[in-house]
Ligand binder design. Structure first.
Ligand code: MG
Length: 259
């Protein structure tokens, strides 16, 4: 394995919970900012755009630039471009998600929609579900920003909507998904940070998104528990399991610097 150049952090459950940073996170990011590592903040959450995430993380006191923030919103754009879908798409998502997509050239439209893009829609209405259902029944391509069924805080997320629309018509398939653990995000990361996937360390709290993402693309992986019991790993084997994220700047710092 080549030496790692980029450390990626999942956000919810990894760096913070309910808007509160876990102990040692500020110091960890400060330490990374003076090291040879690049670092990135990576979230599948598509309710707000990358700009809002930048402000949120800055507001928590973390050292970063806009460059350091990667969300499934940007990965969704890369996916839509890559698949040649759009520019008119039906966005089942928040106003902020629609706004971000519009800034990248994708127009929200029902009557002209070339694809249905499913995000984490905290502004979901029956009208939106009806319009999206009609598009699904008409056989439009379906893509999603990310696959998580439930967001931390026990909130219904995009993955549940995917199952909902699959139930609308037998044989309905999801054409592509942008966020962790899928490939569009990796391509975005390689472009953004000028690294190869084998040079990435993925740090996260979820086995099926974070750790699977690392495994799918031969990245190194660190699972953090942050006080939670160790989840069922199945066939996934993280390179390191940390009880607390703050330990990465302390007893495990030497280890990751030797990888
Ligand atoms: Mg998480």
């Amino acid at each position: 394995m080549p030496r790692p150049k980029l450390i990626l952090f999942d956000l919810d459950g990894t760096l913070y919970l309910n808007g509160q940073l876990f102990p040692g996170v500020t110091e960890l990011i400060e330490k990374l900012s003076h090291s040879d590592f690049q670092y990135g903040f990576l979230t599948n959450n598509s309710t707000i755009g990358p700009r809002d995430y930048y402000r949120k993380l800055k507001g928590l006191g973390l050292k970063l630039r806009q460059h350091n923030v990667v969300t499934s919103c940007e990965a969704s754009c890369l996916m839509l471009h890559g698949l040649g879908l759009g520019p008119e798409i039906y966005v089942l998502g928040t106003r902020k998600f629609r706004h971000f997509l519009a800034s990248q050239g994708f127009i929200h439209s029902y009557s002209q929609a070339k694809a249905l893009l499913i995000g984490f829609d905290t502004e979901l209405t029956y009208r939106k579900l009806t319009e999206a259902t009609r598009l699904v029944l008409a056989g439009i391509p379906i893509v999603a920003s990310h696959p998580d069924p439930v967001c931390p805080g026990d909130l219904p997320d995009a993955g549940m909507l995917l199952e909902y629309f699959k139930a609308a018509r037998p044989g309905t398939i999801i054409q592509a998904i942008a966020g962790k653990p899928h490939r569009w995000l990796v391509e975005l990361l390689e472009q953004r940070f000028q690294v190869r996937r084998e040079e990435i360390i993925m740090v996260g709290d979820r086995v099926n998104t974070d750790m699977r993402f690392a495994r799918n693309f031969a990245m190194r992986s660190i699972l953090v528990l942050n006080g939670q019991p160790q989840p069922d790993l199945g066939e996934i084997t993280p390179d390191l399991i940390l009880p607390e994220i703050g330990q990465l700047a302390e007893q495990y710092w030497t280890l990751i610097n030797r990888w």
